[in-house]
Design a protein around this ligand. Structure first.
Ligand SMILES: C[S@@+](CC[C@H](N)C(=O)[O-])C[C@H]1O[C@@H](n2cnc3c(N)ncnc32)[C@H](O)[C@@H]1O
Length: 275
């Protein structure tokens, strides 16, 4: 995973943040604007909401702007990479922290919602299961944890390039020992002791088969991380040659632009028992 982080850092953070913005727009559209599936009552003011692996806090900012201004909640964003935080925190508390490490004692048992999206591969060399257990320590009794990841292990039917891309990601995740965490989100929340655990799966069209306003952003959101992911694939046992890994991004982009494709996202959420 260090390879991924170093490559996006070397490229400057702007392309990575643009990709996250594009992907966020695609998820937002696919979920009809409903970014929080966990059934907490956000009309009641004073909730505490934390996103781990927040990057520039786009999810937090969008959640806040989607709520009536009278619903004043407290927002916290943490990331291992503090350079990603916005220059102006604009009322959100950002702090640097790996989600592999124990959380500050003053935050434990205080959150109404803890959110993590697209970041669980960063558990390596720890297990995603340990990260989720650690996240639950932030939640107060009755509070929720919501997780979202892309399914790379039982993927929708796609063209040859997207099928190869999924195989490359499977090999990378297996190689860095995080495994099939997306399909295991629900089980891991239950194993961490959460109740009322629910899962939702959403298929999303990418590129040519997406609605026109989502075509370019969906292609950029899906293809931009392929180069850093290929660099991880080069460090683990792989069924691809170096050339095939180098060409992956261009092949997938061409296929998505000319034929289209699909991804599946998995969202799972669970509640800490009332005290
Ligand atoms: C794909 S981005 C997702 C960002 C954001 N959650 C979103 O959905 O737009 C993954 C984020 O996880 C962060 N990350 C990776 N490993 C981490 C770790 N061990 N602890 C905290 N953050 C981590 C990265 O720095 C990056 O900002």
């Amino acid at each position: 995973m260090d390879n991924f982080m170093n490559m996006t850092k070397d490229a400057g953070h702007t392309p990575e943040l643009q990709r996250l913005t594009d992907l966020h727009a695609v998820f937002h559209d696919a979920l009809n604007g409903k970014l929080i599936l966990a059934p907490l009552n956000l009309e009641e003011p004073g909730k505490r909401i934390l996103e781990a692996g927040t990057a520039d806090g786009l999810w937090l900012r969008n959640v806040r702007s989607s709520l009536p201004s009278a619903a004043s909640h407290q927002y916290f964003g943490s990331d291992i990479e503090a350079e990603l935080f916005p220059a102006q925190p604009d009322g959100i508390t950002y702090f640097q922290r790996s989600f592999n490490d124990p959380w500050p004692v003053n935050l434990k048992n205080t959150m109404d919602l803890v959110h993590l999206r697209g970041s669980l591969a960063g558990s390596s060399p720890n297990r995603p299961h340990d990260v989720i257990e650690n996240l639950t320590t932030l939640v107060r009794p009755g509070g929720w944890v919501q997780l979202q990841e892309m399914n790379a292990f039982s993927t929708p039917e796609n063209g040859p390039a997207m099928t190869d891309f999924a195989r490359m990601v499977r090999e990378a995740w297996t190689g860095i020992k995080v495994g099939d965490f997306a399909n295991e989100l629900k089980d891991m929340l239950e194993q961490a002791g959460l109740q009322n655990v629910q899962e939702r799966r959403v298929l999303i069209e990418i590129g040519k088969t997406a609605k026109p306003e989502m075509r370019a952003s969906s292609v950029n959101g899906v293809t931009s991380p392929i180069k850093p992911l290929s660099s991880i694939a080069k460090t683990v046992p792989s069924s691809f040659t170096e050339d095939q890994l180098d060409n992956m991004q261009a092949r997938v982009r061409e296929e998505l632009e000319n034929e289209g494709g699909k991804i599946e996202i998995i969202i799972a959420y669970g509640q800490r028992a009332q005290g």
